[in-house]
Design a protein around this ligand. Structure first.
Ligand SMILES: [Fe+2]
Ligand SMILES: [Fe+2]
Length: 197
C-alpha cells in the first residue's frame, strides 16, 4: 500500500477490517450527531446529545488506547503528532464533561456546543491528515484489522442510532458521567487487545 491521500468518508474499504475506515466513519457519525443536536429541541435534543456524548467519549478513548500508541511507535515524527492530538482530546473531554453538566435547554448550552464542535472538527481533520493517512499508507492488513477489532469493541458501548422511542432517563442515568464511560471503554478496548485492564 503506497497511497498517501487524506482518506475521506465513503472510502471503499470495509470498516471491519480497516481501522482507518472505521474511525473515518465515526468522524462522520459525530458530525451527524452534532447536526442532530443543533436541529432538535426538548427531549429529542436531550436524546441526541446523550448519543453524541457517548460516541465522542468512546471514539476519543479508543483512539488514545489503540491508534495513537501505534502512530507514536510507527510513524516518522509520530511522537510530536500524537502529543498534539492527546492535548486536543484532553481538552475536548473536559469540555464535553462540563457541557454534560448543563441541561440542553440552558441558554449557555448551544454556544458551548458550537465551540466544542469547531474544536472537535479541527482535531478530526488533523488526525486524518497527519495520522490516518500515514497509518493507512504504511500498515499491514493484520495490524489494520487488529486495531479495527479493538475500536469495534469500544464502539459497542455507544449506539449512534436512536432506540425505538426516546431513551428512558433511567437508561441514561445507568450509563453514568463521561469519566465512568471513558473508564469502561478503556477496559473493553484493553480486553479486546488481549491486555489486562
Ligand atoms: Fe481523536
Ligand atoms: Fe478521531
Amino acid at each position: 500500500m503506497s497511497e498517501l491521500h487524506t482518506p475521506h468518508a465513503g472510502d471503499d474499504r470495509a470498516p471491519d477490517i480497516d481501522v482507518v475506515a472505521l474511525l473515518m466513519r465515526q468522524h462522520g457519525d459525530i458530525r451527524n450527531l452534532f447536526d442532530e443536536v443543533e436541529a432538535t429541541t426538548g427531549d429529542e435534543r436531550r436524546d441526541a446529545f446523550r448519543r453524541l456524548v457517548r460516541l465522542l467519549a468512546v471514539h476519543e478513548t479508543a483512539e488514545e488506547e489503540v491508534v495513537h500508541p501505534f502512530a507514536r511507535r510507527n510513524l516518522a515524527g509520530g511522537e510530536r503528532v500524537v502529543e498534539d492530538r492527546l492535548a486536543e482530546e484532553k481538552a475536548a473531554k473536559e469540555a464535553l464533561s462540563a457541557l454534560d453538566d448543563l441541561d440542553t435547554d440552558d441558554p449557555a448550552f448551544m454556544p458551548r456546543l458550537l465551540q466544542l464542535r469547531a474544536d472537535v472538527q479541527e482535531h478530526a481533520r488533523a488526525e486524518e491528515r497527519y495520522e490516518f493517512t500515514h497509518i493507512r499508507g504504511g500498515t499491514g492488513v493484520t495490524d489494520l484489522a487488529a486495531m479495527a477489532k479493538a475500536v469495534k469493541a469500544a464502539e459497542a458501548m455507544a449506539p449512534t442510532r436512536p432506540h425505538p422511542g426516546v431513551e428512558s432517563a433511567a437508561a441514561n442515568m445507568a450509563l453514568g458521567p463521561v469519566a465512568a464511560l471513558v473508564d469502561r471503554t478503556r477496559d473493553a478496548v484493553r480486553k479486546a487487545m488481549g491486555k489486562d485492564g
